[in-house]
Design a protein around this ligand. Structure first.
Ligand SMILES: Nc1ncnc2c1ncn2[C@@H]1O[C@H](COP(=O)(O)OP(=O)(O)OP(=O)(O)O)[C@@H](O)[C@H]1O
Length: 222
């Protein structure tokens, strides 16, 4: 489903790691972990087609436009943009032909699933960090894309929000979607995500999460 062949990424002439060869099967759930600045988000952007690789290729088993959804870190979002929460979430329907009734039903369900009722008309700039994060996740949930790339989806979420997040990640996985999740919460990765790509000392290693993240303090691994 996602294959990286001799992939290099980073700033021009400054690849962040050795060339990466990686195959993530359809329906797999994989974390990417590593220290700040090692290249996790950039790798997701290269897979998403938002950033050009320096060398090598990414092959996807789905069309990039319709088959892949990317959850960016929320600091990349323009909070001054004059839309409200409901309009942000409904952007998950972009490019899809659905009846007005089905849209309304699915939007209602997404708002409910992410505990966003009552906030529909709130402008983006008036949302808390956790509310905005749940809205971005609700938008993602409306896309129905078979490949989901999530960049630090747990950021800004409180305990309840994190429970919701992991419930949804497991549900998407059970539906057969392919997920790649950048995450700094190594305990959660070990608990919830079966395999992990560790980027460390400019090398990448894919292994079972329980093998890579064995001991406390978990942060030693990265
Ligand atoms: N547009 C850019 N131009 C130049 N350098 C960049 C650009 N974007 C990212 N970088 C650099 O590339 C490196 C990797 O960045 P990236 O955002 O992928 O790291 P990360 O592993 O996701 O880090 P974090 O855990 O802090 O989110 C960093 O040193 C960063 O400063």
């Amino acid at each position: 489903m996602i294959r990286c062949q001799s992939l290099s990424w980073g700033a021009p002439s400054q690849p962040l790691t050795s060339p990466l060869n990686l195959q993530l099967d359809s329906g797999s759930l994989t974390a990417i972990i590593g220290a700040n600045g090692c290249g996790k988000s950039s790798l997701l952007k290269v897979i998403a087609g938002l950033q050009k690789p320096l060398a090598g290729k990414v092959l996807l088993g789905v069309p990039r436009q319709s088959g892949l959804s990317f959850l960016p870190q929320q600091q990349h979002l323009d909070r001054q943009f004059p839309i409200n929460l409901q309009e942000l979430v409904a952007a998950g329907f972009w490019g899809r032909r659905l009846s007005t009734q089905l849209r309304a039903q699915r939007l209602h369900a997404a708002l409910e699933n992410w505990h966003l009722h009552g906030l529909e008309q709130r402008p983006l700039m008036a949302l808390s960090g956790g509310e905005l994060q749940r809205a971005l996740l609700a938008r993602l949930s409306l896309t129905d894309a078979p490949v989901l790339l999530l960049d630090e989806p747990h950021a800004a979420l409180d305990e309840l929000g994190q429970q919701l997040l992991w419930q949804h990640i497991h549900a998407w996985h059970r539906e057969g979607r392919t997920l790649v999740v950048v995450c700094h919460d190594l305990a959660a990765v070990r608990q919830h995500i079966p395999s992990t790509l560790l980027i460390k000392h400019r090398e990448c290693r894919l292994a079972a999460s329980a093998e890579l993240i064995q001991q406390t303090p978990y942060t030693q691994v990265a």
